[in-house]
Write a protein that binds this ligand. Structure first.
Ligand code: IPE
Ligand code: IPE
Ligand code: MG
Length: 248
């Protein structure tokens, strides 16, 4: 489905970090009497479009939820297909990311992935690590609660007795990046589904019924335009805010 009206964006106040739950692939396929996996395939193309648009707009970090720890519960043929897509994308798309100066990171557990994926992730991260452009982070076998628990357990191993927010940031995935400013979920559900729980404490939330395979650059612009209308108060009153304040 094409968006009918073109969104005009202010090029100031672009979120530094956008986080997306790319949901609705299965329903997109079902509506077309296609197997669910065709929705995932189209979803990868739409991710490419989102990466291009975010990078063009000057977003510094784009983090996308590709596979949750809970998604292992899906039928095994769908899980295998998704793993295959991941391998293919690592093989075919990373060179283009690198050519465009982008960095790729992958967060989440790696121990359940086939070695082909683990090797592909390590190579891609190494290849793109020093690039100057936007950081694209793929959350795969990722769970927000598990990420918090892992951080706490690592801190316990260090022998700490009290834990500060700074300690947590040293151990959480993406703790070294700015927190997501804008969180987008496509596909009509208004839930967080165990995505980055700690880091999303003050993200602006944007939910849309648009299914991920239909979420094109103009849909992304609409989400950013909505973000630009929000007043981020971080606990303060409206009157306390300097005119251009966006972050705490
Ligand atoms: C999101 O689309 C992609 C993954 C979870 C891998 P879904 O597969 O959840 O699509 P719906 O929600 O069933 O439409
Ligand atoms: C969340 O989507 C995870 C990803 C998009 C990868 P789901 O479609 O699996 O979420 P729930 O289970 O319906 O909340
Ligand atoms: Mg879903």
């Amino acid at each position: 489905m094409k968006s009918s009206t073109q969104t005009i964006l202010e090029h100031t106040q672009i979120p530094r970090h956008v986080a997306i739950i790319m949901d609705g692939n299965g329903r997109w396929a079902k509506k077309r009497f296609l197997p669910r996996v065709m929705g995932h395939k189209k979803g990868v193309d739409q991710l490419e479009a989102a990466v291009r648009r975010c990078s063009e707009l000057g977003v510094e970090y784009l983090t996308v939820f590709a596979f949750s720890t809970e998604n292992w519960r899906r039928p095994s043929d769908e899980v295998s297909f998704l793993m295959g897509l991941f391998v293919e994308a690592l093989k075919k798309k990373v060179q283009a990311l690198h050519r465009n100066g982008l960095r790729l990171r992958v967060i989440g557990n790696r121990d359940k992935f086939p070695t082909q994926i683990v090797d592909g992730i390590e190579e891609s991260e190494k290849l793109t690590a020093n690039n100057p452009g936007m950081t694209l982070t793929i959350a795969a076998d990722f769970g927000g609660r598990q990420d918090i628990l892992r951080a706490v357990n690592e801190l316990l191993k260090e022998g700490v007795t009290t834990i500060t927010e700074e300690d947590m940031l040293r151990h959480l995935s993406l703790g070294d990046a700015p927190e997501p400013d804008l969180f987008i979920r496509t596909g009509g559900e208004a839930r967080i589904s165990n995505f980055m729980l700690w880091q999303m404490a003050y993200a602006e939330l944007y939910f849309t019924d648009t299914l991920w395979p239909d979420f094109d650059a103009n849909e992304l612009d609409k989400a950013i335009a909505s973000f630009q209308k929000r007043e981020r108060r971080f606990g303060r009153t409206s009157e306390q805010l300097p005119k251009d304040e966006q972050r705490p």
